[in-house]
Write a protein that binds this ligand. Sequence first.
Ligand code: ADP
Ligand code: ADP
Length: 236
Amino acid sequence: MIEIRNLTKVYPNGTRGLDDVNLNIQDGEFVAVIGLSGAGKSTLLRCINRLNDATSGQILIDGEDIASAQGAELRRIRRRIGFIFQQFNLVTRLSAIENVLSGRLGYHNRLSGLLGLWTEQDRELARTALERVGLGDKLNVRVDQLSGGQQQRVAIARAVAQQPTLILADEPMASLDPKLSHVIMGILKQFNQDGISVLINIHVLELALEYADRIIGFNKGQLVFDGKPADLTPAE
Ligand code: ADP
Ligand code: ADP
């Protein structure tokens, strides 16, 4: 479970990216974060994964505070979180399976591959993850030869192969053809049904309403809405 307490992020220029946010996410929830550009959605996800350092507050991942963790402890907690970016953030010169394997041993750890440090168990997990996103026939294709939608599916496989308890996805459809939105959401939903919690930033409200169990709204760094999709749908 994720417990966020009094989380505030003030950027060096004085902008309050997040302002005293309190939020609990239960195991297995599918939560969509909505709000205008600049509302604080990315800042929230980046603080949870420590891509950004919070200014104050706590972020407990199964009871351990990632907001204050350092060194080996931080790396250990971070392994429980898979991050999916708008721009995929793959290593373009590596194959699909090498990208997925690099996620299991730390980002861009090519040396591990060259030294053969990947175990057969790592390879099996990577293959299975790629098969589940529908790329079982692309294992050894360089990712710069794949379409945008396929690249984002590799990125999802990379996140899932870490065996995370939580997946964070920051506008994962924003750089793709809108037709692919349902493919990406369907894949995330499938992993969510296996028990992985999902927290996704999404600017298309209809998609949030269709796929999420719970919707959180931000405005100017503050959490201003927390409810079920039905609470946002007009009554008949
Ligand atoms: P989005 O379109 O997702 O809202 P932004 O345009 O807000 O993205 O941000 C793009 C990048 O620029 C991010 O890395 C963000 O951290 C950074 N950024 C956004 N606003 C500022 C700002 N006022 N000063 C410096 N960097 C910013
Ligand atoms: P969203 O993801 O909802 O578009 P962000 O979390 O990117 O919102 O941004 C929240 C606020 O923080 C915005 O006012 C944005 O300009 C600001 N911001 C984001 N990144 C930076 C940065 N690196 N430096 C300064 N301000 C930033």
